[in-house]
Write a protein that binds this ligand. Structure first.
Ligand code: XMP
Ligand code: MG
Length: 184
């Protein structure tokens, strides 16, 4: 499947399936090296992180449990507000755990910043972040994201878990959405 199959809504493929696969291996290697001898708790942020989580978890050699949170940042359309509400909390007690937050994208960083504060207050041994995508030009808050797949331009992207109005999450690549789709 490529952008052409999707009609007018997608502008172009930004990161291919192959690039995602290679990057996942690299990220997993770095995580394995850093957590040798430890056990991880992977915390995926629903729904965007589903693909990154599924692929990264399978590429890791480090023993890892998976848990999920669903959060919503109040705000409309394609902009984050940083005001966050927990829709589904973790089932796992974080006390003493090595937590790795698995994210699809760090955009303004406001959602993640709130999430890190929340998780750190639960007594984990450590909290780090692995995000497949990051938009440096959009970042509005200082954040230490230890593992980053790709720095991308400040454009709205879909695919590989990322949606526009719940569509396109199942695309195996990351593509940019044509501006007419969300600006009209
Ligand atoms: P912030 O701005 O708080 O982003 O770092 C929070 C969440 O917003 C979503 N997001 C996007 N979703 N294409 C998407 O489909 C994008 O370009 C995009 N930018 C942000 C995403 O869920 C992120 O965790
Ligand atoms: Mg997300």
């Amino acid at each position: 499947m490529d952008a052409g199959d999707l009609g007018r809504d997608l502008d172009r493929v930004l990161i291919s399936e192959e690039q995602l696969r290679e990057k996942t291996k690299e990220l997993a290697k770095a995580v394995d090296a850093d957590y040798a001898g430890k056990e991880l708790l992977l915390v995926g942020v629903l729904k965007g992180a589903i693909m990154v989580m599924a692929d990264l978890a399978r590429a890791l050699h480090t023993p890892a449990e998976m848990d999920w949170m669903a959060i919503s940042s109040y705000g409309s359309g394609t902009k984050s507000s940083g005001v966050v509400r927990i829709l589904k909390d973790l089932d796992t007690d974080l006390e003493g755990r090595h937590v790795l937050v698995v994210e699809d994208i760090v955009d303004s960083g406001l959602t993640l910043s709130w999430l890190l504060g929340n998780l750190k207050s639960r007594g984990p041994a450590s909290v780090e972040v692995c995000a497949m995508l990051r938009k440096p030009a959009a970042q509005r808050i200082e954040l230490d994201v230890r593992y980053v797949g790709f720095d991308i331009p400040n454009e709205f992207v879909v695919g590989y878990g990322l949606d526009y109005a719940e569509k396109y999450r199942n695309l195996p690549f990351v593509g940019t959405l044509a501006p007419h789709v969300y600006s009209s």
